[in-house]
Structure formats: structure tokens, C-alpha cells
Ligand binder design. Structure first.
Ligand SMILES: O=C(O)C1=C[C@@H](OP(=O)(O)O)[C@@H](O)[C@H](O)C1
Ligand SMILES: C=C(OP(=O)(O)O)C(=O)O
Length: 433
């Protein structure tokens, strides 16, 4: 990375949301009729989803605009009775597809599906979802009895009136059940046990379901009711990715510039748009427009913040916190230890390696302000742990400080293959303003 040495200002539109793309692909695949999805994210996490849906027999046509796909829905009956699916390290894909596979082929014959991923995926929990699917009438198991993938699902369909699910390690378990639930043969009441994490993603799930014509009732917190229904194929446009937007808002915050992210606003389905509130608390100026959000950097002060709801942006905030005038404490994010890597440990290790001080505790971290001990002649290699968000957030340090080298920058391909090109373009365009 080469430091830019000035305030960065400009406008950027990140690619489509990973979370919305993978939800829309599943609902479109389960719908009756054809759906046209636009603004689709093309990245490893969405490629493994598209490839797996095709293996299940769903037709997905691509067009000259790679961000537009046309999906022929199966009406809730999975065309192929057997499939072996590879989900790499995509949490949304493996969890949403496990629930989808539990619907089976819908012809009275059992479907048989195996879902697996890379070595890190084999360490990421899925047992709370597998137990719930088992309780709904299918044979679902973790093949290695590890509580993690690979998973095997044998099912003739789901028929339950009530099920409980734990979403303490990941909200994706509940989202997965909700996405499949219209094709459960009875009205289904889902109860969450324990404290749910990443709550805005569940609202996002019901938002996408509503767009495809199915409503989720929530009579009280932790209870969800879905009646038998069929998603209807539609034209659906996907918002730009709000988690990806956090890196560009952070550029404004740490360089004292002004960055506008196009395509997002306060009514976005993605909870991560609220990252800008954290920057506001640190002293930045935030302007919410009808179709864009702008952050203007100002001198930063450290804050105490609960990031449970927006934990994909915790690494971004941790890096921004190194530029503040006082320490920042991020709390209530123990669940990020189950993501692409143990993100609390990874962030604290890398910040300390750079000679800045960070302290890890069970459900969070404290970041002290500081300047990395590296220079052009004495560079520091930042390990990224095959975590796209480590690469994208630590790249911010390299915009300001000399000698920051990001190891394996290609790992951003999980959700944002063009991240470094887009960041460079924002910086270049800023210099010509
Ligand atoms: O449902 C989703 O689209 C997601 C939910 C979150 O996971 P957890 O619920 O595991 O925190 C988030 O970290 C992930 O990137 C996407
Ligand atoms: C945690 C993430 O992804 P997933 O759980 O979908 O693999 C992420 O994108 O930060």
C-alpha cells in the first residue's frame, strides 16, 4: 500500500450486498415463476451459491450484464434429488442451502444432499440449525459429529407446527429456517432460545421474503410465524453492500476527507448502514440523503460501543480507532470468533504486531490510538487469516502510514474482488478534484 498523504474525498458505489444477493437467489430459486435479479454481487460467496443452486437443478441464466441473473424458480420442490455442494467458506450459503435442501424434491421420495466447505468452514458451527431441521422431520446430521460441516440432509420435506432454534452463535440459523419455512406443510411457529446475535439480518430476511410475497409475523420478540405460502418470482434490485461501504466511510474518517456512498440510505435493508452512527459518535459529520450517505472526517475521539448488531464492521472501526485521540472499546461481539477467522484475536494480534496497543477480552477489544512501527524501508506484513475483512480494514492503515503490506490481498474475493481497484480509483479521483 502507498500512503496518499492527503484528505480523500469522492463518491463511490460498492458492489451489491452479499447478504441480499444470497437471500434473493434462494427465494428466487424457491419461487413459482421467473425472477430477474439486478445489482447481483459477483464474488466467491455468491458464486458458490449460484453453482450449488444449479447443482440442485435450478436454472440460473446470466446475461451480458454480469450483475443481472434470471432465475427459474422451482416452486419449493427441489428438482434434483441428490447433490454434493461445495460452499467454500460462505456461511450464508451453507446455512441457507442446508434449510433449502431439507425441503426435499417434494414428490414423496427422499432427497439426499451433502454440503461441505473448506477447512475453516469445517470449524464454523452449524449444529443449532441441524438440530432444528431434525426436529422438523428430516434426517440432518453433521457427518463428523463436530457440530460443523460437512452436513448430510435426507428429507422428504418439512412438516412441523413449532420449532425452537438457538441463534446465539449466528443469526444465519434463524434466517435459514425462515427462508425455507413457507414450504413447511403447516403454519410454523419458530421460537428463539437464548440471546440472538446480529439481529438486523433477521429483519433483512423478512424484508426479502416480503418482497417475494411472503410475510413473517413477529407477535413478540423471539417468536416468528410463517404460514404455508409460495414465493412469487419478481424483478428484484439489490442494494450496494453496506459492510463494504464501511471501508469507504472509514477513508473519510481517517484522512479528514468527505466520502459519499451512492445507493444506500436510512431505509436500507442492511443494518450495517448504521456503522456511520459509530463514526458520528467518534466525531465525524454524517449526512443521510435519499439515495446516498456522506461521511465527513473530523478529529476522532475514542468511544465505547456495543457492535453486536453490526459486527461485520467491527474490524473497520478497530482500525479507525487507532487514529482517535483516546481508546475505543468494542463490546458484545463474541460471535465474531466463529467467522472467517477468530476476528477479535486476529485484529488484536495484528494491531499489537504493528506496535500499536490493543487488548482482547472475551467478547470484545480495546484499541489504543497509535502509529504503526513501520516505514517504507522497514515494512510490516499484516496477516489476513484468509479473512476478506482483515484485508479490507487493515488496508486503511496503508492509506495513511508508510510500509503497510497486506498479505494475500486476493482474499477480498470472498465478497469484494475489486476492492483494491475501487479504493485506488477513489484516491485517484480525489486527487483530481
Ligand atoms: O445473514 C447474513 O447475511 C449475515 C449475518 C451475519 O452473520 P452472523 O449472524 O453469523 O453474525 C454476518 O456476519 C454475515 O456476514 C452475513
Ligand atoms: C461473516 C461473514 O460471512 P459469512 O458468515 O457469510 O461467511 C462476512 O462476510 O463477514
Amino acid at each position: 500500500m502507498q500512503p496518499v498523504g492527503r484528505a480523500i474525498s469522492g463518491v463511490i458505489r460498492p458492489p451489491g450486498s452479499k447478504s441480499l444477493t444470497n437471500r434473493a437467489l434462494v427465494t428466487a430459486a424457491l419461487a413459482a415463476g421467473t425472477s430477474e435479479l439486478t445489482g447481483v454481487l459477483r464474488s466467491r460467496d455468491t458464486e458458490v451459491m449460484i453453482d450449488s443452486l444449479r447443482r440442485l437443478g435450478i436454472s440460473i441464466e446470466e446475461s451480458t450484464d454480469e450483475h443481472r441473473v434470471v432465475v427459474q424458480g422451482c416452486g419449493g420442490k427441489i428438482p434434483n434429488a441428490r447433490a454434493d455442494l461445495w460452499l467454500e467458506n460462505s456461511g450464508t450459503s451453507i446455512r441457507f442451502l442446508a434449510a433449502m435442501c431439507a425441503l426435499g424434491p417434494g414428490n414423496g421420495q427422499p432427497g439426499n444432499y451433502r454440503l461441505d466447505g473448506n477447512s475453516r468452514m469445517r470449524e464454523r458451527p452449524i449444529d443449532d440449525l441441524i438440530s432444528a431441521l431434525g426436529a422438523m422431520g428430516c434426517q440432518a446430521r453433521c457427518e463428523l459429529n463436530s457440530g460443523c460441516p460437512p452436513v448430510v440432509i435426507e428429507s422428504t420435506g418439512l412438516s412441523a407446527s413449532k420449532v425452537s432454534i438457538r441463534a446465539e452463535k449466528s443469526s444465519q440459523f434463524l434466517s435459514a429456517l425462515l427462508l425455507a419455512s413457507p414450504y413447511n406443510q403447516k403454519p410454523l411457529q419458530i421460537e428463539t432460545i437464548g440471546t440472538m446475535v446480529s439481529e438486523p439480518y433477521v429483519k433483512m430476511t423478512s424484508g426479502v421474503m416480503a418482497a417475494f410475497g411472503v410475510s413473517v409475523e413477529c407477535p413478540q420478540p423471539g417468536t416468528y410465524i410463517v404460514k404455508p405460502a409460495t414465493y412469487q418470482g419478481i424483478q428484484y434490485d439489490i442494494e450496494p453492500d453496506a459492510s463494504a461501504a464501511s471501508y469507504f466511510f472509514a477513508v473519510a474518517a481517517i484522512t479528514g476527507g468527505e466520502v459519499t456512498v451512492d445507493g444506500l440510505n436510512a431505509s436500507a435493508l442492511q443494518g450495517d448502514v448504521m456503522f456511520v452512527k459509530a463514526l458520528e459518535q467518534m466525531g465525524c459529520e454524517v449526512r443521510w440523503g435519499e439515495r446516498q450517505i456522506t461521511v465527513k472526517g473530523q478529529p476522532l475521539k475514542g468511544i465505547e460501543i456495543d457492535m453486536n448488531a453490526i459486527s461485520d464492521t467491527a474490524q473497520t472501526l478497530a482500525v479507525v480507532a487507532t487514529f482517535a485521540q483516546s481508546p475505543t472499546t468494542i463490546r458484545n461481539i463474541a460471535h465474531v470468533r466463529h467467522k472467517e477467522t477468530d476476528r477479535i484475536q486476529a485484529v488484536v494480534t495484528e494491531i499489537n504486531k504493528l506496535g500499536i496497543h490493543a487488548v482482547e477480552f472475551e467478547d470484545g477489544m480495546t484499541i489504543h490510538p497509535g502509529v504503526p512501527r513501520c516505514s517504507e524501508s522497514n515494512p510490516a506484513l499484516v496477516d489476513t487469516y484468509d479473512d476478506h475483512r482483515m484485508a479490507m480494514s487493515f488496508a486503511l492503515l496503508g492509506l495513511v502510514h508508510s510500509g503497510i503490506v497486506i498479505d494475500n490481498p486476493g482474499c477480498t474475493s470472498k465478497t469484494y474482488p475489486d476492492f483494491f481497484a475501487d479504493l485506488a480509483r477513489l484516491c485517484e479521483e480525489s486527487s483530481s478534484l
